[in-house]
Design a protein around this ligand. Structure first.
Ligand SMILES: Nc1ncnc2c1ncn2[C@@H]1O[C@H](COP(=O)(O)OP(=O)(O)OP(=O)(O)O)[C@@H](O)[C@H]1O
Length: 304
C-alpha cells in the first residue's frame, strides 16, 4: 500500500490554478522530497493531504484512508509540520504537547512526549511558556506537535527555514532515525543540498504541475556536465577554450571563468591549453553537478 496516493488533484483559488491534475504516489518508508520554487503549489498539496484545504477534483489517501471520506483515520496516520509558526501563547511546551495528544485521544502519552522533547533538545524549555520561546525553539515545538501521536507518515513543510545549524542537525538526526524505524517522510525545502542528502526520490513542481519525479540519483544523472572554475588575473582566455565557457564573472583586476566539463579529458585539454599560452591560474575549483543544477535546468526548460 502507498503511504500517500495523490490522484488527479486540481485546485483553483479564484482565477489562479494552484494545482493542475497532480498524480503520484509515495511508498511506505520512503524519504521523499517535494521541491519547487515559491508558488509552485507544494503547501497547497500538503494542505490537501492534511484535510485543511479541499481539492476541486481528485482524491488523496494516506495509508489507504481517503483524506475527505475517512478524515479521522487519515489524520491519525499523518503528522504535518507546517511552515507557519502558530501557537497558543498561554501554554508551556509540555502543556501544548499534552493538549495535542488529547486531540488524538491519547491519555498516557508522557513517555513519548518526554522522548520527543529530549530528541529535539527542548528539555530545558519544557516548562517555558510558548510566548517566551525564540523562533527556532518554536519551530522545534511545531515538529514535536506533529510527532506527538507517532504518525507513520510525517510531512515537513520547510522545517529548516531560518533555523540555526544546531537545530538542523538535531532535527535531521531525529527525522533520520524515525525514517530508519519505518516512518515515511515527506519534505519540502528550498535547501536543495538537504534534499540531495536525505531524499530517496524527489518530485519537482512548477506552476502547479509535477515536472520531474525520479530517484535523487537518476535526477543527478540527468546532468552529466561538471564545472571547472578558475580565476585569471592578467590574461584573457585563449579563443580555443571559448567553446567550454558557461559563465564569466568580472571583478576588479581579475575574471573568474566557469567552464563546462563533459569528460575528465576536457580538464587535461583546458590546462594544457592554458600552459601553452603561459597563463597562470588561481583559485581552481572542480564542481560536480548537484541537485541545484538539475533544479535550475528543469525550471528553465519545463515551461508553464
Ligand atoms: N489561500 C489562498 N488564497 C489564494 N491564493 C492562494 C492561497 N494559498 C496559496 N495561494 C496561491 O497558490 C499558489 C501556490 O501556493 P503554495 O503556497 O501552494 O506554493 P508553495 O509551492 O508552497 O510556495 P512556497 O515555496 O512559497 O511556500 C501561489 O500562487 C499562491 O499565491
Amino acid at each position: 500500500m502507498s503511504a500517500i496516493d495523490i490522484r488527479h488533484i486540481s485546485k483553483c483559488y479564484r482565477s489562479l490554478q494552484a494545482l493542475k491534475d497532480v498524480t503520484f504516489s509515495i511508498e511506505e518508508g520512503e524519504f521523499f522530497g517535494l521541491l519547487g520554487p515559491n508558488g509552485a503549489g507544494k503547501t497547497t498539496l500538503i494542505s490537501i493531504m492534511a484535510g485543511l484545504v479541499k481539492a476541486d477534483t481528485g482524491n488523496v489517501t494516506i495509508l489507504g484512508h481517503d483524506v475527505v471520506m475517512d478524515y479521522q483515520a487519515a489524520r491519525k496516520s499523518l503528522g504535518v509540520v507546517p511552515q507557519e509558526l502558530v501557537f497558543d501563547p498561554f501554554f508551556t511546551v509540555r502543556e501544548t504537547l499534552r493538549l495535542q495528544s488529547g486531540y488524538f485521544g491519547l491519555k498516557n502519552n508522557d513517555d513519548w512526549i518526554d522522548e520527543v522533547i529530549s530528541n529535539l533538545d527542548l528539555s530545558d524549555k519544557a516548562d517555558t511558556n510558548m510566548r517566551a520561546l525564540s523562533g527556532g525553539m518554536k519551530r522545534r515545538v511545531l515538529v514535536a506537535q506533529a510527532l506527538v501521536h507517532k504518525p507513520p507518515v510525517i510531512v515537513l513543510d520547510e522545517p529548516t527555514a531560518g533555523v540555526d545549524v544546531e537545530l538542523r542537525q538535531t532535527l535531521w538526526q531525529f527525522i533520520g532515525r524515525l525514517n530508519r524505524e519505518g516512518h515515511t517522510i515527506v519534505l519540502t525545502t528550498h535547501y536543495l543540498e538537504e534534499a540531495q542528502t536525505w531524499c530517496d526520490r524527489i518530485a519537482m513542481m512548477k506552476s502547479g504541475k509535477v515536472v520531474a519525479l525520479d530517484t535523487t540519483e537518476a535526477l543527478l544523472h540527468r546532468i552529466s556536465e561538471s564545472k571547472l572554475i578558475f580565476k585569471l588575473d592578467d590574461h584573457e582566455l585563449p579563443d580555443s577554450l571559448k567553446t567550454f565557457v558557461s559563465q564569466c564573472d568580472i571583478s576588479p583586476g581579475s575574471k573568474t571563468w566557469t567552464l563546462r566539463i563533459n569528460h575528465y579529458s576536457d580538464i587535461e585539454e583546458i590546462l594544457s591549453e592554458l600552459r601553452k599560452h603561459d597563463i597562470v591560474i588561481s583559485d581552481l575549483q572542480f564542481r560536480q553537478a548537484d541537485l541545484e543544477d538539475v533544479f535550475l535546468q528543469l525550471m528553465d526548460t519545463s515551461g508553464n
